[in-house]
Ligand binder design. Sequence first.
Ligand SMILES: Cc1ncc(COP(=O)(O)O)c(C=O)c1O
Length: 392
Amino acid sequence: MRDLFNQPTDRRGRNSSKWDLLESKFDVPMEDGLAMWTADSDYPTAPCVLKALQDEIDHGLFGYFTDFSKYNAAIQWWMKERHGWDIDTDWILTAQGLGNAIAFCIDVWTQPGDRIVTFNPVYHEFEMKIRKSGRIPVQCPLGRDGDIYNLDLDAAQDLLDGTEKLLIFCSPQNPSGRIWSADELRQVAEFAERNNLIVVSDEIHHDFIYPGNTFTPMDVAAPHLRNRLVVLTASSKTFNIAGMKTGNMIIPDPTLRDAMAQRLRSLDYSANALGLKMVTAAYSPEGADWVDAQIAHLMGNKTAFDDGVNAIPGVRSLPLASTYLAWVDFSGTGMDFEEVSRRIRKDARIAPSAGPDFGPGGETFMRFNLATQRYRVDDAVGRLQAAFSDLQ
Ligand SMILES: Cc1ncc(COP(=O)(O)O)c(C=O)c1O
């Protein structure tokens, strides 16, 4: 099955934001540039997902629909089977992907001018969504011990003024790939309780867990947090179907859930039928086998990337426990960020995500998306080595 991930694909001109914005956003040429920024994958989704979609196409009718039971049951099965998490199907509310879910959470549980806590560096869209909705980000720096990020909750406490309403937490963590232990999750839960925060636990990367690591859902680690917990999950990263705009807010507490359900009803919000169908097919034993094969492929990519990039003096790709996003520190090169960025975009012709966008702690980093064919990873390594060859 691993060859599924190495078949050449060309996404240019197919309305892929990752590839079609290469020139306009990064000044990287379309002909031979490498897109390694936005977190989607360059290989097709699982055969079982394609088959389900084909079945709908063969049917040819795309009218109104009513039944969420198979979709909800598939989510319930996946959470139990893959994450040891017992959920009730009533807890599931759908959103158009998790970007949309985060915006809904901000909208429902805070007011313009409210302060919202994040631990940085973190997925840059948290800050964007907080600012776009007129709320104020309180960016608490993570600690770092060598290659490993950790929570510095004392430092975070000092940044709070007691009026914060929400914590948007990323678990596993994008961009560092850190998987928080059950003990750390309980510390976050205590922090939230102490500061009267609702916790939005964004667990979108939870299916990318590399061997030797264990992911614990926030609700499993800290069940006492339920009266203030919203868990976000989606198959958009796991199965590369982000364009289908389907994700979930899993909310065990009835009061919190009713508040969100009421907002969704008042906006006449609904998921789309094809997205539901694809997710239902994905969360299956066949889908699970495909995910396992994908993880094996990604491990190979990560090893090849790290070996090649870490051979450049002053460059350090941090070890990944989760996600397919390599988080690479260029501080040891002694170059300023502009020069690092220029060499990567202009000399290597690669478009990664810029570390500073991830907030405090990201200043000297670049994030490279490795969910691609191995030949592209090898190509990227060769280009990076050449772009920094004067450091050898
Ligand atoms: C932590 C995190 N949350 C949410 C999203 C967006 O998810 P979706 O495509 O389901 O909107 C991403 C995408 O990179 C992400 O990394």
